[in-house]
Write a protein that binds this ligand. Structure first.
Ligand code: CP3
Length: 341
């Protein structure tokens, strides 16, 4: 598989490409299936329909990898937190975690991971139907990013509840992070056993932590997960995507394969700091997809910066719902063309 080879830094006929959030609302066929499912969570819980929407961007765009259709928040949901996706507001947990008793009440470890059977069923269906030259990416949220929702109860601009805990009761925050980390280890192991080819860990809210605290509250937990998986499944590449951490690049360490570069970090800087140790993924600013000209300028510049480097094309965060499908197609084709060797 070109994608897996590229993750391990092996030479490939061209640089592979996929897009974060490639299965989603910018595709009319996604909206049709979501309507059939009734709502977003039903769609995540239905392996047949989740498989269908996973494959849609592969058929439409010709990306080199599919990403499992699910959500990072199914993990805290199966640990016992009631989850709703409220129209216009995004995800909401009714009873956020505020005490050690709340943490103790959560389902942990393998027991929680076993409740995510619908994810493993979806993976098996996708692997039956996905073309053998395309990779299937499984994923999880980073413990920190998951904890932000578990503590705040919803998305936040300030992260003040989490950060109050970080600075005034760090032991409690670590207890949450440790419990989530245990579940995620089993969850990713079971995704691998079900058939995924690559793991990506999304630390979407990394930038909320000041650089001197980032290792303690997020990075080390992701590396603990990577170490656990690498010891057992060294043939499965691991991608870590911490969004918005240019100030942390000098401190990056650990046994994983691909560093996902977000759009706020110049690719040349990431290459200088990390390019000899990790394959780099990314990092077009997703809003460039509104303009084919802006897309072309960025893809050519990335190809030029990474021409002797080890690279996977992607956006620097998820695609937005109002991007024209033909522009997404244009991006994928162009990445594959400009990097032909
Ligand atoms: O194509 C893919 O990338 C696979 C599917 C996927 C979804 N969510 C589907 C989804 C993946 C990998 C995720 C990860 C995810 N979920 C992250 C990390 C990635 C990132 O973008 O930073 C985060 C932070 C979440 C939490 C989440 N889920 C939020 C904040 C929201 C609401 C905001 C929004 O975009 O609407 C969701 C809902 C969600 N997850 C949708 C999709 C397609 C939209 C739901 C819908 O159909 O209405």
């Amino acid at each position: 598989m070109i994608f897996v080879d590229a993750c391990f830094g092996k030479p490939t006929p061209y640089t592979p490409v996929w897009m974060m959030r490639q299965a989603g609302r910018y595709l009319p066929e996604y909206m049709e299936v979501r309507a059939k499912a009734g709502n977003f969570l039903n769609l995540c819980h239905n392996p047949e329909l989740a498989c269908e929407v996973t494959l849609q961007p592969v058929d439409r765009l010709g990306v080199d990898a599919a990403i499992l259709f699910s959500d990072i928040l199914v993990v805290p949901n199966e640990m016992g937190m009631k989850l709703d996706f409220v129209k216009g507001e995004g995800p909401v947990f009714e009873d956020p975690i505020i005490s050690q008793a709340d943490i103790d009440a959560l389902v942990g470890g393998e027991e929680a991971a076993n409740k995510l059977v619908y994810v493993y069923e979806t993976i098996k269906l996708i692997k039956e139907r996905l073309s053998h030259d395309k990779a299937l990416i499984g994923f999880t949220g980073a413990p920190w990013t998951l904890a932000t929702y578990m503590i705040e109860g919803q998305g936040t601009k300030t992260y003040n509840i989490c950060k109050k805990m970080m600075y005034s009761n760090p032991e409690l925050l670590h207890a949450i992070l440790a419990k989530v980390t245990e579940v995620v280890k089993f969850y990713m192991e079971k995704q691998i056993q079900a058939g995924i080819d690559v793991v990506q860990i999304f630390d979407s809210w990394a930038a909320a932590i000041e650089p001197s605290k980032y290792d303690e509250f997020s990075w080390k937990y992701m590396i603990e997960i990577a170490d656990y998986l690498k010891a057992k499944y060294p043939h499965i590449p691991i991608i870590i995507f911490p969004k918005g951490v240019p100030a942390f690049l000098d401190q990056v360490y650990g046994n994983f394969d691909v560093f996902g570069v977000d759009w706020s970090t110049p690719m040349a800087l990431a290459k200088e700091k990390l390019g000899s140790r990790y394959v780099l993924q990314g990092n077009m600013e997703p809003c460039r997809l509104y303009s084919q000209e802006a897309t072309k300028e960025c893809v050519e510049s990335l190809a030029n910066t990474m021409k002797e480097g080890r690279h996977i094309f992607n956006l620097g965060h998820g695609i937005l719902p109002d991007v024209p499908v033909e522009n997404a197609q244009y991006f994928v084709k162009l990445c594959q063309e400009v990097s032909k060797r």
